[in-house]
Design a protein around this ligand. Structure first.
Ligand code: ZN
Ligand code: ZN
Length: 309
């Protein structure tokens, strides 16, 4: 059970009785109020919770655990895990300006404090090897990462997100940002690449994450590389998105994934032309050669698939 998502009342009652902590205080330490703003509702316990870092399991063993800031744990008289560290956009510590860490510095295993026992006495220990998590050294956070994180935090807490053309409900903006994380990972389609390049000319090559995990489950650095451009795209005005989509030659169906279109893209998609009929002949795409970076990435992937790299 992932206790941060919620504990059924019949289990919480005895816990409250033994600990003397009222049930409301337990509930206040869980994810529900944040997730309500982020997802627009509280998902059922068995669902995938968007933007919440999962505790991936393999044969009942956690393969992903908590991420944490070693400097924060160092300052704590009684070290504790911060709730925001469960959220996928948290990749750095704003207080210490450092990237978060997502494994034990001693055994490189996942951080799974729920497997500690009362004998371990404190949460800053690795449950797998007993090493001290505070021994970790992490790199400085880049400015864009902290800005991205702050924008997400503000939206999650207030329920309102600020875009270039005004405010929108936070869950619609988060949905769009999550959509773009998927898009950016499959940016080897020529028109998509052209669209992103027009909107974010300073982002040269968007590396495709090496793992095919959902954005929530990616390691800290890969997640940061994907989220910074995705959040920037989600904050562009609808006018700019539409204009860039037209210039890039996208059509009305381009923004659909698995039959779903993010709410904020509805007006953009309806301003685009219908899907073109596939043209016969040798050059089916008809929009010139693919950009060099795209070809290089496709080549690297082909090499990986063939076991050559
Ligand atoms: Zn910190
Ligand atoms: Zn360890």
């Amino acid at each position: 059970m992932d206790c941060d998502r919620g504990i059924p009342d019949d289990r919480l009652a005895p816990l409250s009785l033994v600990s003397g902590i009222p049930p409301e205080r337990f509930r206040a330490s869980m994810l529900s109020s944040l997730v309500r703003n982020v997802a627009g509702r509280i998902p059922a316990l068995h669902e995938i919770w968007p933007w919440v870092r999962p505790f991936g399991r393999k044969n009942r063993r956690c393969v992903q655990g908590w991420q944490y800031c070693p400097a924060c744990l160092m300052e704590d008289a009684k070290p504790f895990m911060r709730l925001p560290w469960r959220m996928a956009w948290h990749v750095a510590c704003g207080r210490h300006g450092m990237m978060l860490q997502d494994y034990c510095p001693h055994c490189h295993g996942p951080v799974v404090p729920h497997r500690l026992t009362a004998m371990d006495m404190e949460l800053a220990r690795c449950a797998l090897c007993g090493g001290d998590l505070r021994d970790s050294r992490t790199e400085d956070a880049w400015g864009e990462v902290l800005a991205m994180q702050e924008a997400c935090d503000m939206a999650a807490v207030s329920g309102v997100a600020c875009r270039d053309d005004g405010e929108v409900p936070a869950h619609e903006w988060f949905d769009l940002a999550r959509f773009f994380t998927g898009w950016l990972r499959r940016c080897d389609l020529t028109a998509r690449y052209a669209f992103v390049e027009r909107l974010l000319p300073d982002v040269d090559v968007i590396e495709r994450p090496s793992l095919t995990l959902g954005v929530e489950a990616l390691p800290v650095n890969e997640r940061a590389r994907l989220l910074v451009p995705a959040v920037r795209l989600a904050s562009k005005s609808l006018g700019e998105l539409t204009e860039s989509a037209l210039e890039a030659g996208l059509n009305g169906r381009s923004f659909h994934t698995r039959g779903r279109l993010p709410v904020l893209l509805e007006s953009v998609a309806s301003a685009l032309p219908e899907r073109k009929r596939a043209r016969k002949g040798r050059s089916g795409r008809g929009d010139g050669p693919r950009p060099k970076a795209v070809v290089e990435r496709m080549w690297r992937r082909l090499q990986r698939k063939a076991g050559l790299a």
